[in-house]
Write a protein that binds this ligand. Sequence first.
Ligand code: NOJ
Ligand code: CA
Length: 528
Amino acid sequence: MASQWWRSAVFYQIYPRSFADSNGDGIGDLDGITEHLDYLNDGTDRSLGIDAIWLSPINPSPLNDWGYDVSDYCDVHPDLGGLPAFDRLIREARRRGIRVILDLVPNHTSDRHRWFQQSQSSRSNPRRDWYIWKAGAPDNPPNNWVSIFGGPAWKWHEATGEWYLHLFLEQQPDLNYRNPEVIAAMHDVIRFWLDRGAAGYRVDVIHGMIKDAQFRDNPPLVKVEWGSQTDVALKQRHLYDFDQPEVHEIIRGFRRVIDEYGDRMMVGEVWPHSNESLALYLRPDELQQAFNFRFLFCPWKAERFRAQVAEIERILPTGSWPTWTLSNHDFPRHITRYQSGPATEARARLAAVMLLGLRGTPFLYYGEEIGMPDVEISRERWRDPVGRDGCRTPMQWSNEPGGGFTSSRSPWLPLGNCAAVNVARQSDDPYSMLSFYRRAIRARRASPALTAGTIRVVDDAPADCFVFAREAAGSHAMVALNFADEPRGIELPSGKILLSSDFGREPGRIASGKMRLAPNEALVLDSG
Ligand code: NOJ
Ligand code: CA
C-alpha cells in the first residue's frame, strides 16, 4: 500500500502573496517561500518542524477572488515567479523532506479562462457546454439560487442571450461536470502538477462540482446547522447546488488519477448537508481527507470542542483519519476570535496543543505560530470582494520597515503590528509563541500515541476542562485542557510531563494523581 504520510504530517497553509516577497514588488512569491523553508523545517529543533505545505492558488488569475478564479490551470502567476520558481520551491522543499500540496479549483474558472472565452463566444461553440448555460428571459433567472458572495447565482449574458451559473462571483463561472470533456480536462490538470512534483491537492468547493440535474429551487433555510454560515446570511439552504449524490463519481475519477502516482493525496474543502454526507466523501475510493470547519465556529468552551471532536470521531468511516483546523484564509484568525485581554496568548497556546494533540492531521495557518492576529482593514482598503483581508496580511518576520516581508514601501496588504509580533523577536525567546509551537510539534512527533494513536475522550473531566487519552502500541499520552480563566483541580494518571503551556511547569518531571491546572493551561503527559 502507498504510504499514508498525510496521517502523521503537520500541514502549514501558506497564502503565497503574503508570506515573503523576494523581489521587492510588495507581493509575496514562491522564491520568498523557498528562502524561508529552513524556518519551516531545517531538520533541527530551531525550525518549526512542519512536514507539508498547502499553497493557496498559485495559477495565473485576474485576481477577482485572489487566485480562486483561475485563468490558466497549467502555469504559475507571474507575480509569484512563474513555473521556474515553482520548480525551485519543489526541489528545495524536497531536500528538506517537506511536501507541497496545491489548491485545485475545479468547480469554476475565471471568466478570463480561454475555456470560458470560447464558451461565451457563441451558442454553437464546441466549448459552450463546458459551462452551465440556461435559456430564459433576461428578467427571469432560471431558478432562485444565490451566490455565496451575495446576489443571484445567475448572470445574463447579453451577447448570446442566455444565463450562466456562478456560485461565487460572476467572474467565476461554474464548469459543467456533466460533460465528460470537462472531467478529462481536469484530470489533465491534476496530472500536470503531480508530474511536476506536487504531493497532492487541497480541492476547493469539492461539494459543489455537480448540480441538481433539474435545477430545482433551493428551499428557504429553516434550521441552522453547524457550518452553514453562508446559508444564514443568504437565507437559503443549498440543497440542490451543493453536495449532490453524483459528485462522488467525479471524485472517484479524480482519485483514480491521484492513485496513478502512488503516494499523493487530496484533502477536500467539503461543506456537506449533514454528518452522514460528510462521511461519504471519505469512502476508500474518494478523498483521503476532508476538512471539517467545526472549530472555526466554536465558542471558547471546553464542552463545545469536546462535542465537536466526539461527533467527528463518531461519524467518520472506520479507517479514515480526521483533520483539524483553527484558522484559514476565509475566517478571522483564532487568536483574534478567542482574544480575551491578558488570557489571549494562553488561550492560543491551549488551542495549539488541542490541534496538535487530537487524533488527526493538524492544518496550521501561516502566522499562527507567532500569534499573529487579524489586522483591521477599513472597507475602502479591502482587496477581497467580501473583506476577508484581515486574516491574509503579510507574515511578520521582523520589526524592520516592511516587516521583513518586503523591501517595498507598499506591501499588497497592510502589515500588522510588527513591533509587537514578529519572528525575529520570538525566535530566541524560549517563552515565545514560536518556541512553544516548535516544542509542541516536536512533542507530537516524539510520541507515537499523539501521532498515530486512538483517542478516548474522558467523560468525567472537571467543568471547563477537555481531557482525552491517546494510545498506540506501547505509547500512552493524556492531554488535559483547562478552558477556564481559573485553576482547576484534576485527577490524572501518573506520567512524565511532555509539554505544558504553563511555563512554570517543568517538562520531563513526573506528575501523578491530583494536579492543579493553571488558568487556560494545556498539559500533555506521557503516561507510559
Ligand atoms: C473557498 C475558498 O477557500 C475561498 O477563499 C474562495 O473564495 C471560494 N472557495 C471560491 O473559490
Ligand atoms: Ca514579489
